[in-house]
Design a protein around this ligand. Sequence first.
Ligand code: EPZ
Length: 425
Amino acid sequence: MACIHIQGGYCLDGEIFVQGAKNAALPIMAAAVLNRGVTRLYRCPKIRDVEHMIRILENLGVKTRWEEDGLTLDAADIKTAAISALDAGTMRSSIILLGALLGRGQEVTMPYPGGCTIGARPIDWHIEALKKMNVQIDSKEEGLHCRTKGIIGTDMTLPYPSVGVTENVILAAVLAEGVTVVRGAAKEPEIADLCAFLNVAGAKIRGAGTDSICIEGVNSLHDTEYHIMPDRIAAGTYMAAAAAAGGSIVLRGIGIEPVQAVADVLAESGCGLIIYEESIKIIAPSLLLSVRNIETQPYPGFPTDMQSQMMACMCSAYGDCCMTEHIFENRYKAVPELVKMGADIRIEGRSAWIHGPCRMKGCHVLAKDLRGGAALVIAGLTADGETIIHGAMHIDRGYTDICGDLRQLGARIRRSMNDKYDIEG
Ligand code: EPZ
């Protein structure tokens, strides 16, 4: 397994360009299946989840090519719509291919995408929504068998603003007969980016980014070039890193809106923020203050994907912080590793109580999920001595080059492949 080594105690200083958004790139890659032609995506992040999606798409018959500044997808010929157990198991977000393939008129078989370390991740709402759109879904031994005589637009209200369910309904509705209205939809910026891409490709979608989205079915989409939005979670991760490690950094290629909830927490902790059109400067205070209460919520609330990273940041802050995770039922996997480094964190139900400042000491720790791994990187930047993070491949799922980015900001951080150390030892 790959490891990340961090020599803690160095402030951050400098500027980086923010990578393209993982959670916009994945649904947009699935949406490319709706165009029986060529789609070119700029600012597509070279991360493991995108590589997994490329492999799944290629197994379906899509031709893909990385070029210096983007990813080209040719979906003229889809030869099969069977998603393998390996592919679905590797990445649960493959579930959004369901809507795209059904929208293209394919019969789809796919195993139940497994849960993951952050929760059971059921797909009941996906199945319920697609059945309302004239899709027959049979649960079989080998998984889901989905078919349709043609998607029919309909009016529906989601039981919860699920990001993936909203995306699946949009993807199924783009080429449907009639109009689909989704009420109670998720409002995440990545959904607005997906809809912006689809509209450039010829779709007719209104209301993206609000809780009520209207999709008027069209006959076909056409070839498109599209620039994917910046990754607000990668940006938030580096903002929290600067707040915890000290110093000041500039994030280029992103405005404040998608990171507003994270910026509000960091401003409350004493950070200075200078906002430009397409960049953000964050200046850490000499004394970082705890934020008393942080609760994860659907957008525009505080993002669950920033919960672990902000918890690590609050370990460096003075005072008590109560972090409450409302979205996933098992998203505190980084806590035992942070405690191993000296963090004073106590879990009570869905809340984590952080009593800071914690004297963090570098040691061997294990990344168990993507954002928990990013939290360990932040903790390593603040710790005395060297922190070695095992399981760095989890972090590679969502960050193009977290070591390169942080090195450019003055961190003492590097990767290694040797993973001999028995971290249980
Ligand atoms: C997306 O996951 C993101 N992934 C997640 O980011 C993000 O944490 C999540 O939205 C919430 O913002 C991608 O976009 C690829 P949900 P998704 O459906 O769509 C439950 C990261 O680190 N639920 O909004 O799976 C579900 O279990 C990843 O980048 C059902 O019960 O999230 C969860 O508790 C992690 N039944 C809640 O809803 C269903 O059928 C929210 O999930 C579907 C979901």
